[in-house]
Design a binder for this molecule. Structure first.
Ligand code: DQA
Length: 149
């Protein structure tokens, strides 16, 4: 069965309560439930994880790369600082779409740089929880390519 790993970084466990004016009111469990339904419809196995720990995200990226499973990655603030995540994606040859709930380019300057974008297949940001759904659609289109799997 084709699979997708959705990996969430620091503070995303607080979604729903955390700065709702920026991130909205959906919880991470709500996002997971949406993706689970979208994956089921596509016949895709979903691994959905969150960690506040950079090293754990590195390990999970390596794991997805070894399994050949594409990754939807919201690395939270590590997006802007982490050479380790950049190296993990490159080293594990992981296929990654970088996602963000908010439009980081409309926010503080320190959010404008990503260490991940250069090693990602693409970047989707600014659409709230739909950023994740759009990334899933990019990896596994619901209609066009379904018959090929
Ligand atoms: C975020 C944007 C990051 O700048 C921030 O540190 C986050 C969430 C987003 O999804 O909009 O934790 O990745």
């Amino acid at each position: 069965m084709p699979a997708v790993h959705v990996l969430n970084g620091p503070n995303l466990n607080l979604l729903g309560a955390r700065e709702p004016q920026t991130y909205g009111t959906a919880t991470l469990a709500d996002i997971e439930a949406d993706l689970r339904a979208a994956c089921k419809m596509r016949g895709v196995d979903l691994v959905f994880r969150q960690s506040n720990n950079e090293g754990e995200l590195v390990t999970w990226i390596q794991e997805a790369g070894a399994q050949g499973a594409p990754v939807i990655l919201n690395a939270g603030a590590y997006t802007h600082t982490s050479i380790a995540l950049h190296d993990a994606i490159r080293g594990a040859k992981a296929r990654v779409i970088e996602v963000h709930l908010s439009n980081v380019h409309a926010r503080e300057a320190f959010r404008h740089h990503s260490t991940i974008s250069a090693v990602a297949e693409g970047v989707i940001l600014g659409f709230g929880p739909r950023s994740y759904a759009l990334a899933l659609e990019a990896f596994y289109p619901a209609n066009i390519e379904k018959k090929k799997r």
